[in-house]
Design a protein around this ligand. Structure first.
Ligand code: SF4
Length: 482
């Protein structure tokens, strides 16, 4: 016995929720949609009481053979929107055309212009705060006013007006409906004042739609295929195997679990589970002379695009720089100085480099327990590592704006907390799993949404692009069925 639905959606994070948002606007009043979420509700009150964002621990989700590298994931209603920091940069136009413009990596099968209107919608839905100017073309202003720069950001903006910008973020600069104002304490995974956008505080209402049946604690095991289509979904609900059939299946379980589910289901494209990647993060601390930092109004107060777009991308990775306005979580003791009167004359910067994914970095099915994903990450590409070697030169450039007394530390971080690749998109079925609208090349009633589709990393935070791609994918499906 099984239940039949018009649409079965797996997951409730950004990819699923933005798809649903657009799909529900145009779908028939009689459409039946099943949403399967692996985790629990894990309300905000529960998260604060338990000081974590998910009631499912990582060891119940995946095994990881690289103990120096974390992968951040948060099952439960709203998914990784519970644990993200709220950064919402757009990708730059060149990120979509690395091969054409710079002769390296791969082109994406979508362009910046394709996604621009969808970026606007996603920013509006999430009430993004951002500056009046922008390093990339924009057709509308940000919905909310910008956060306040720190004093070092002000100096950088003055010296590099086209290279330093205010943060684009869902950490609200003014109160918005259910969300308070960001107060720059930097506990953003939990965000005690609920300032950042989450599905729980911003899109939960769409799941109240009578066309939707939402099942929590429903862990999808496999997709069933027959006659060139995905016919059904098998899932464990309270340890009992259940089955639902659907006309359209939308897999939105993240770049860790999208390939895990496809591989368990017998999908055999050689790229499924390959090209796991994210940005290479490097953190720098500087002593300043006579300039005090940490007076911006949000956890990351400025963004540097000086070393992002340009011909250097032929040789090494591009870089987006972020100004940290609170201590690095892993090294709070580095944040301040202890000479009298000079407590805040220190600056912390994050440097995020794009990466060219390797087929050798993988997500597979655990041999010992198939319910676990097995993650293998060897290293970043030489291209990314060559980018990081440019940091001393970059600091010299920043010294044109900042009174840098001493470069104290340069250290690679364990993770940028982004998970990308593993079910990549492209125009050619031989070299990609899904097409430019994130429809599976072979099974045309299957969408695989989220950052798993990313052919390459960009230095930008990935979430806004995930949300825009889901709106784009929904529009395509709606047009197809009109
Ligand atoms: S800085 Fe504080 S208020 Fe702002 S998003 Fe992070 S935790 Fe929330």
């Amino acid at each position: 016995m099984s239940d039949h639905y018009d649409v079965v959606i797996i997951g409730t994070s950004f990819a699923a929720s933005f798809f649903l948002l657009r799909y529900l606007e145009h779908a028939a009043p009689t459409v039946k949609i099943l949403v399967l979420e692996r985790g629990n509700e894990d309300t905000k009150a529960w998260q604060l009481a338990n000081k974590k964002t998910s009631s499912i621990p990582p060891e119940d989700l995946y095994e990881n053979d690289n103990l120096t590298k974390d992968w951040l994931t948060s099952p439960g209603f709203g998914g990784n929107s519970k644990c993200w920091m709220g950064g919402t940069t757009r990708m730059m136009p060149g990120d979509f055309q690395l091969k054409t413009r710079y002769g390296v990596g791969l082109d994406w099968p979508v362009s910046y212009d394709d996604l621009e209107p969808y970026y606007c919608t996603a920013e509006t839905v999430m009430s993004i705060s951002g500056p009046a100017d922008s390093p990339m073309p924009r057709s509308i202003p940000f919905p909310l006013p910008p956060h306040r720069f720190s004093t070092p950001d002000e100096l950088l903006k003055k010296r590099f007006p086209d290279g330093w910008y205010g943060m684009a973020t869902s950490r609200a600069s003014v109160a918005t409906g259910k969300r308070g104002v960001c107060c720059a304490t930097g506990m953003c995974a939990l965000c005690p004042v609920d300032a950042k956008f989450t599905v729980q505080n911003g899109l939960a209402h769409i799941y109240d739609d009578p066309r939707i049946t939402l099942k929590l604690r429903a862990e999808v095991q496999t997709l069933e295929t027959a006659a060139g289509v995905v016919q059904g979904v098998n899932y464990l609900e309270l340890d009992r195997m259940q089955r639902a059939t659907g006309d359209l299946i939308v897999l939105c379980a993240s770049a860790l679990f999208n390939p895990h589910i496809l591989l368990r289901s017998g999908f055999d494209h050689p790229l499924i589970g390959r090209r796991l990647h994210e940005q290479l993060p490097v953190y720098v601390t500087l002593n300043l002379k006579g300039v005090k930092a940490y007076d911006g109004s949000t956890v990351l107060s400025g963004l540097g695009y000086l070393f992002y777009e340009g011909e250097h991308r032929r040789e090494h990775a591009a870089c987006m720089i972020e100004t940290w306005n609170v201590p690095f979580a892993n090294r709070p003791e580095d944040c301040f100085r202890f000479e009298p009167g000079r407590f805040r004359e220190r600056m912390m910067l994050g440097f995020l480099f794009d990466d060219i994914p390797s087929d050798d970095n993988t997500v597979t099915v655990s041999k010992s327990n198939p319910r676990l994903a097995s993650v293998h990450f060897g290293d970043y590409s030489d291209y990314a590592l060559r980018g990081a070697k440019q940091i001393p030169k970059m600091i010299d450039k920043l010294a044109e704006a900042l009174p840098i007394e001493k470069l104290l530390t340069v250290s690679q971080g364990p993770t940028a907390a982004h998970i990308q690749g593993t079910v990549v998109m492209g125009n050619d079925p031989a070299t990609s799993v899904v097409d430019r609208h994130l429809v599976h090349h072979k099974y045309r009633n299957l969408l695989v949404l989220g950052a798993s589709s990313y052919p390459t990393a960009s230095p930008a935070y990935p979430t806004l692009t995930v949300s825009a791609l889901s709106l784009w994918a929904a529009d395509n499906i709606l047009a197809r069925s009109a």
